[in-house]
Design a binder for this molecule. Structure first.
Ligand code: SAM
Length: 377
């Protein structure tokens, strides 16, 4: 029977303490998330009663996931499910659980990689072993404030290589916006048609008027903000689990049949950041990217596309047309093709100088016009 429920946990029960943003994050909250996407397959030998279970990782309950998340230092705030997945909004970002896949992203100074041992253990409890691990993150604003191994990508890779056997890549300009990627792929049957894709948009320098909506306001619920901001229209028909932090910050998980989408917002002007992430099976991302940019109005952003050979986006390099976002100029674009049958494409954009000049023109014209009017009087 399909499960359709949203449960908000009592914050004190969950050990989740809302702290004053002004006091805690005076130097800026670290919005850019670390993301760990682990896919599992049945363990070859029969190891237990759950080994052939169709629900796989979904047999794990919220308390057990909280034990896993304890290692990353974050807390479950609420849970939503449909017939395909369980989703959890966390004190720092999100966890999505499919029968054979767990995707967790955490921000701030969380220690995401510390939860791997427990994640592998949970998989074993369900008769599953790791088939593929993808760890990725954008460059951090303040890496020195992180806890080991998250102060540097080199440390993270060394940490991961003690557990897995993978490859590491840096995509983009290492001195500017860039994206780090680690992949360990144990999938044996390379002939299987793989159709998964993910699309991430990581935005900085957001329009302050837009960001105002994500400060807690008396009498305005998270759902009100989800609707009035335009977020609910990004992928209509979704089950949405949203949360407004106090005094600011917003997170949501969306479930649209078998596809997830998730948005996390740090609205403070000195460190504004918004992430959008989905695995929706669209043939291109032109309209979705246009809509995301219209809702949030960033000054600069990075996109990351992961696309398997049989995915709806057949060519990750041209998954969206830069002509559909004329106010932005592209800084760089990097493609990595992998022999496992998938591509990763990372691009960086910023508002173009031409657009910024055009934006200023009406103000200058008005002032000039006023001057002319005054002279005429
Ligand atoms: C909503 S979370 C989202 C993080 C996400 N990775 C991002 O930056 O887009 C971070 C925002 O919530 C605010 N916030 C308020 N209380 C928080 C808490 N207890 N834990 C984490 N963030 C909190 C932070 O100041 C920040 O604006």
């Amino acid at each position: 029977m399909p499960i359709m429920s949203t449960e908000i946990f009592n914050e004190s029960d969950a050990g989740f303490v809302i702290e004053s943003t002004q006091n805690c994050y005076a130097d800026g909250f670290e919005g850019p998330e670390k993301k760990l996407d682990i896919r599992f397959c049945p363990i070859n030998k029969i190891t237990g009663k759950n080994s052939t279970s169709k629900i796989g990782l979904r047999a794990i309950n919220k308390d057990r996931w909280q034990q896993v998340l304890d290692s990353a230092r974050c807390t479950i705030i609420s849970q939503t499910s449909n017939q395909f997945m369980d989703s959890y909004v966390l004190s720092e970002s999100s966890l999505f659980v499919y029968p054979r896949r767990a995707m967790v992203k955490t921000c701030g100074t969380t220690t995401l990689l510390h939860l791997i041992a427990k994640m592998v253990e949970v998989g074993k409890e369900c008769g599953l072993e790791v088939e593929m691990v993808v760890f990725s993150r954008k460059n951090l604003n303040q890496p020195t404030k992180q806890i080991f191994p998250h102060c540097s990508f080199n440390d993270e890779v060394a940490f991961l290589n003690k557990i897995f056997k993978g490859e590491a890549y840096v995509m983009g300009d290492v001195n500017k916006d860039h994206w780090n990627l680690y992949i360990a792929d144990y999938r044996k049957n390379k002939t299987v048609q793989r159709t998964e894709q993910t699309f991430e948009v990581m935005m900085h320098d957001l329009n302050p008027e837009v960001m105002k909506q994500f400060f807690k306001r008396e009498g305005v619920s998270a759902l009100d903000t989800t609707v009035s901001s335009g977020i609910s229209n990004l992928l209509p028909g979704s089950i949405i689990d949203d949360f407004q932090f106090d005094p600011c910050g917003y997170s949501m998980n969306g479930l649209l049949d078998q596809w997830y989408w998730t948005i996390h917002i740090t609205p403070e002007s000195h460190c504004s950041y918004v992430s959008f992430d989905t695995n929706i099976a669209l043939p291109d991302f032109n309209q979705l990217l246009r809509n995301v940019l219209n809702v949030f109005k960033p000054g600069r952003f990075t996109t990351a596309i992961y696309s398997e050979d049989g995915s709806p986006v057949s060519d990750a390099y041209s998954a969206f047309d830069i002509n559909s976002i004329p106010e932005f100029s592209i800084q760089n674009k990097t493609l990595h093709g992998f022999d496992g049958g998938y591509d990763v494409v990372v691009s960086n954009f910023k508002l173009s100088d031409q657009y910024l000049i055009q934006q200023k023109q009406p103000i200058i014209q008005t002032a000039d016009q006023q001057q002319v009017d005054l002279i005429q009087v």
